[in-house]
Design a protein around this ligand. Structure first.
Ligand SMILES: *[C@@H]1O[C@H](CO)[C@@H](O)[C@H](O)[C@H]1NC(C)=O
Length: 170
């Protein structure tokens, strides 16, 4: 185990020193240019992924149904699937997820972040045009899936105000 960690560290250091093309922090280029690297987010020993998706139409969601973040704003590394609205971890590690639901008058914004079918965290608001969500850090194993579900049959996601984002820290 120690040997593997050491080899990985050496590879990461070597990779980091020899690949200046991944230093795109101040290049001023947009997401499309980033994805044209065509490396699917794989950078030596880590999988760099980040996504943001939003709803494409306003809807009410029955309890237990997945919130449909159909419109992808960013999907660097392609870990978010806009067909089933789930994020799949490309590797073991530390991840952050953030979401925000804009409700409608007399509806709720009651949601739960799901990790492989179990509730990891909840967010709730009710009343007139509330905005509610949460930001959470999770340790995931490779292939673990994360998505957002309604936990109240009066949950409503107003389009233009409802988003789901996530990224890998390391
Ligand atoms: C989570 O679900 C994925 C996809 O079904 C599966 O590959 C993975 O092994 C599951 N992880 C755990 C910890 O059950």
């Amino acid at each position: 185990m120690k040997t593997i960690a050491l080899v990985c560290l050496v590879m990461c250091l070597t990779f980091g020193m020899t690949s200046s093309q991944y230093d795109y922090g101040d290049s001023g280029e947009d997401g499309d240019v980033l994805s044209s690297h065509n490396d699917h987010g794989y950078h030596g020993c880590r999988h760099r992924v980040a996504f943001s998706a939003v709803t494409s139409s306003s809807a009410r969601y029955n309890s237990g149904t997945t919130i449909r973040f159909t419109t992808v704003k960013t999907n660097y590394g392609h870990a978010y699937n806009s067909g089933n609205y789930r994020f799949t971890a490309p590797s073991n590690g530390l991840y952050v997820f953030s979401w925000s639901i804009g409700t409608h008058k007399s509806y709720h914004g009651e949601t739960k972040l799901m990790k492989n079918g179990s509730t990891y965290h909840r967010s709730h608001c009710a009343g007139v045009y509330q905005q509610c969500g949460a930001t959470i850090t999770i340790i995931l194993n490779k292939h673990d899936q994360v998505w957002l579900e309604s936990s109240n049959s009066l949950t409503y996601a107003f389009t233009g105000y409802s988003s789901f984002s996530g990224w890998k820290l390391n």
